[in-house]
Write a protein that binds this ligand. Structure first.
Ligand SMILES: Cc1ncc(COP(=O)(O)O)c(C=O)c1O
Length: 448
């Protein structure tokens, strides 16, 4: 297993063979890697006609007039904003009211509003872990979860991506602890094996933490996320998410057992040493939550757009098989190829985002398309036409991901087909639409 200190967190390794690189050496390595170009953005800025596939505004709510009006009214009516850390908030504050509403929406006992998804993840793991709590992180889990585990001083025990057998080996070796996964992985757009994970954690006495940043708002009849949608709220100890995706703002949420979250408010360093979310932002989130719950058509449009684009790219020969949602990766492999892919797309007015080390493994760099409900059919058509046109020039046939697809198709057996079918059925946005709202009830106590 690779040195955890070099995993997922840093663009460049900090050490080799136990010896630390100096700052000057690290800067020189960065320069060598980047050359004359910026490592992720190209030289062309998106113009007014650009097809924008780089924003995580999945439900097209950024700039929504109703949300802006609510925020503007709150901002104009604010005379003396109280600027302080959330640890000082009283129980009758607007923030606490929003937190209780959010908890009810999620079917959790309580929730905490944080300044970002990053703060939510770091704060949670700082709160619930210590030097004696092994943390089992999926290798593709978001960097903020790694950061939290490290800052808790906890032993990091990574397991192979989405591999519950390897997780089991790790737990057998190191004893039970906290298992940390993303519901949807932000680079490949694949889902964690949630049913297997909850079964495993219960059997082995582990607590499960699920980051729902990419599934909140987009999955479930009222946008309540994957865990609620599947009726698993009582079997997942904590859920976290960023409010900078479907919620189109800046903030983060941790949801879970009320007593643990009371402690979080007093224990997590971002809650104590960084100022709380502002009043007008909370008003904006209240309004956004109304819309997310009520406007089911946005989730339908999102799913329709994502399905169309994914199917068309698949038919063109791209390996988009990992994607089960609105995140669709074009995995060119090394950074040079990925840069060329980005440039060719940019020149055609199609703007995705480059993901490379440290967001991916070194040879798994990609251009990510983030589909939104607001994309028009002609924008999807332009994207598909551009991807068709550049296939030869970018050497699609030679990409490692294309070769993987060919190998997978050869050995595709019944079992894989059935697993996919099961997931496809469960993931329709109308799944659970007729249920009586999100599953309710308290969560199991984690801190016994
Ligand atoms: C899975 C996941 N978790 C956490 C975060 C961090 O969220 P934020 O941008 O609100 O800090 C992100 C955003 O990049 C993310 O994709």
């Amino acid at each position: 297993m690779a040195d955890p200190a070099n995993l997922a967190l840093m663009p460049e390794p900090r050490s080799k063979g136990g010896a630390l690189y100096s700052l000057a050496e690290r800067i020189a390595r960065y320069r060598e890697r980047a050359g004359d170009a910026h490592p992720v953005i190209g030289s062309i800025a998106p113009g007014p006609d650009a097809v924008r596939l780089f924003s995580n505004d999945y439900l097209g709510l950024s700039g929504d007039a109703r949300i802006n009006a609510a925020k503007a009214e709150a901002l104009l009516g604010t005379a003396n904003e109280v600027l302080m850390s959330a640890v000082y908030l009283h129980d009758d504050s607007n923030q606490r009211r929003f937190e209780r509403r959010m908890a009810a929406f999620l079917g959790a006992e309580d929730s905490v509003l944080c300044q970002s998804g990053w703060c939510a993840n770091v704060g949670l793991l700082q709160t619930i872990a210590d030097q004696n709590t092994p943390i089992f992180l999926d290798l593709a889990a978001h960097a903020s979860l790694w950061e939290g585990a490290q800052s808790a001083g906890a032993p990091l025990r990574p397991f192979r991506h989405n591999n519950v057998n390897h997780l089991e080996e790790q737990v057998r070796r190191h004893g039970p602890g906290i298992v940390v996964v993303d519901a949807i992985y932000s680079t490949a757009g694949d889902l964690c094996p949630i049913f297997d994970l909850v079964d495993f954690c219960e059997r082995e006495g582990c607590a499960l933490v699920v980051d729902e940043s990419h599934s909140i708002g987009t999955f479930g009849a009222r946008g309540e996320g994957l865990v609620s949608m599947l009726g698993l709220t009582k079997r997942v100890a904590f859920r976290t998410f960023s409010l900078s995706k479907a919620f189109a703002g800046r903030g983060g949420i941790v949801a879970g057992a009320a007593d643990a979250l009371d402690f979080f408010r007093f224990e997590s360093r971002p809650a104590i040493f960084s100022s709380a979310v502002l009043a007008y932002e909370i008003v904006g989130f209240e309004r956004t939550l109304d819309i997310i719950q009520d406007e089911y058509w946005r989730r339908e449009a999102l799913q329709r757009n994502a399905d169309r684009l994914r199917t068309a790219l698949h038919d063109l020969g791209y390996n988009v098989s990992s994607s089960q949602c609105q995140i669709i990766p074009l995995e060119a492999g090394d950074e040079t190829r990925t840069g060329s892919l980005r440039d060719m797309l940019d020149r055609r007015g199609i703007f995705g985002s480059v993901f490379c080390m440290p967001a991916t493994l070194r040879n798994r760099a990609l251009v990510r398309f983030s589909v939104t409900s607001a994309l028009e059919p002609h924008e999807l058509q332009r994207t598909v036409a551009a991807c068709a046109e550049i296939r030869e020039a970018i050497g699609l046939a030679d990409w490692p991901s294309t070769k993987r697809r060919a190998r997978a198709e050869e050995r595709e057996d019944k079992e894989t087909a059935q697993t996919k079918l099961r997931q496809a059925l469960v993931l329709r946005p109308d799944f659970g639409r007729n249920a009586n709202g999100p599953s309710g009830g308290g969560l199991e106590r984690f801190a016994e």
